[in-house]
Design a protein around this ligand. Sequence first.
Ligand code: DOR
Ligand code: ZN
Length: 373
Amino acid sequence: MSLSLILPRWYDLHAHFRQDDLIAPLVQAHLSMGCCGILAMPNTSPPVAKIFDTDSLPYTSLESYRRQLQDAANGLLETIIVPLYLTAQTTPQMIAAGAHTGLLKACKYYPPHGTTGAMHGAPLELFIQNGVLRAMEEHNVILCVHGEAHDLAAEKYFDEKTNAEDLFYREMLPPVLDAFPRLKIVAEHITTRTAAEFVARGPDTLAASITPQHLLYTVGHLLKGLRYHLYCLPLPKFSDDRAALQEAVLDKSNQKFFAGTDSAPHAQKTTDCGCAAGCFTGGIAPQLYAQAFEEAGCNLEDPAQQKIFAAFLCENGPTFYGLPVAQKTFQLRKEPQNIHTLKIGSHEIVPLPLGMRADMNAQRATLPWQVHL
Ligand code: DOR
Ligand code: ZN
């Protein structure tokens, strides 16, 4: 008999579902992996940067994007949170109005031009000064941060001792914690020892999501053979950084670190002048997280260690967001699963493990775990 884990359905508290015809199949991929709730990123085009359909700003409304996701899920997702994309046009009044209707639960800080779809972001100081973070704190709206300093010289952007994420957690986030002690903050998709330790030592208002790719891989995996399907932002870092993430999720008292895949489909990863950032893990994330826990030394046959895995995947995230741990369950079974590209119309999206396979002529990749609903 193969090992089987029965787990509460889980929440992906950071994923990209894009727009138009891509939404429905991407949401279905999430449903197929036992997901009961999502936090759907607002970096669409135009971004989800106003609350109501009737607002005059030239952006997608949170109201309409949520409706599109709900329609795609056909009532099967219990929770859909869409964080409002913070732009120079975001006002404290928008935060208050959104929170009063119950539509607005979170906002997303993107470093200007720092990643895919981040060209509408504004510097963090602006939101400290213009009352937006104050309004969020007052109305219990959670701040989700893409924690990287922007506008850096290339030398400072990625170095063993200093990189954009280190600088963000060393210099940019501490003043926000000091100024807004009741503001809940999620350090999203963290990749460094600096960030992991900053979050672990921080107040209860601070938590972090971690992706499967940052638990599994290092920058060496990205560079050896230039595996561009692993190219995502923040970049995978060094072994010691990965070890810090692994320690954080394997800690038996972990309540602060949780699943957020950052699954980010790109039909075309390579472009004329570079590479689109994002790893697609829709449909396979619990399998990858289980694999990552095992590779980090967790014995998933041991009930006590299964609990640590369940806390990370199914409990800590919803608890931080004030959501119930799911009653319904799903099964993770230790049996090999073949995976293929996801075809959506003329688009072909390559799931991360397929992009990492050793034999590039192979049409499929194999995972050690399967999901059963
Ligand atoms: O790798 C990434 N891809 N990081 C992000 O911050 C955005 C995402 C995307 O939208 O593709
Ligand atoms: Zn993302």
